[in-house]
Design a protein around this ligand. Structure first.
Ligand code: PEP
Length: 269
């Protein structure tokens, strides 16, 4: 079985004091879970905004050391908390005002980067080919990309969900992908209405098929997360689905107790 992965996407939340408190709480909780659950404990990654990466890294690194690996998907030991960003530029350096490169993220201790989140696809016009190139750039910098994809409510109602996510995989996943896929139906993000277990199980199969088509047998090794209104209430059911390797958590990742309860459920699944 692939290790469970629980990723917290803080989005545009977190001033210094609040971020430090949150990171400390999760770090200490992750240590306690590692003690209680051993090797079953889920891998945990926190994705604060760019401005808090160094602040959060300083608190996490005491416990974890540097988890980055130059070519393969990062593996975190129980108790170790990875650090992720929420986007990166496709290039390494250059005249790109306001942008941050994967190399810069790695330089401040990041291990992961979320790419192609629907809030970036919709709010910043990010298209599949850009997401693919960013993912390739992230891997080159030694980061593990977490590529997000998912259909809109309208696409779902039109019976196009499977076609939509399969096409996103074919176009957003780079050659030699060593990363994570997060299925995040747009209608479930931040709405309080998570997809049902049947919905998730039904779409996980075509996602796997598309990954195999895109990457060959290596597609079977890619971890698949579910994201969209995950709380401690839904987490055990979702994480109990054999087709899901973990969860990407937005709102609930801003509350230590809720986030750790989800991580605990992942270690029990
Ligand atoms: C997200 O934005 O990645 C997300 C899953 O958000 P939420 O959990 O708040 O729906």
């Amino acid at each position: 079985m692939r290790r469970r992965l629980v990723v917290g996407n803080w989005k545009m939340h977190g001033l210094c004091a609040q971020s430090a408190a949150l990171a400390r709480g999760v770090r200490d909780g992750a240590r306690a879970l590692a003690h209680a659950q051993g090797m079953r404990a889920a891998e945990i990654v926190l994705c604060p905004p760019f401005t808090q990466l160094t602040n959060v890294h300083r608190l996490l690194v005491d416990a974890s050391g540097d988890a980055r690996s130059p070519s393969n998907e990062t593996t975190l030991a129980p108790g170790q908390v990875g650090l992720g960003a929420q986007d990166c530029h496709v290039g390494s350096f250059g005249a790109y005002t306001g942008d941050v490169s994967a190399a810069m993220l790695a330089d401040v201790g990041a291990t992961h980067v979320i790419l192609g989140h629907s809030e970036r696809r919709l709010g910043h016009g990010e298209i599949d080919s850009l997401v693919r190139d960013k993912a390739a750039s992230a891997m080159e910098a030694g980061l593990t990309p977490i590529i997000c994809l998912g259909e809109t409510q309208k696409e779902r109602e039109a019976g196009q969900a499977t076609a939509r996510v399969s096409s996103q995989i074919m176009r957003s996943v780079p050659d030699g992908f060593a990363g994570v896929i997060a299925y995040e139906p747009i209608w479930a993000i931040g709405t309080g209405a998570a997809a049902t277990l049947d919905d998730i199980a039904a779409i996980a199969a075509p996602i796997r098929t598309a990954l195999r088509e895109r990457l060959g047998p290596a597609g079977d090794d890619v971890r698949l997360l579910y994201g969209g209104s995950v709380t401690p209430k839904e987490a055990p059911g979702i994480l109990g689905l054999g087709a899901v390797d973990g969860v990407l958590v937005g709102g609930a990742s801003l509350q230590i107790e809720k986030f750790l309860a989800i991580a605990e459920a992942a270690g029990q699944a």
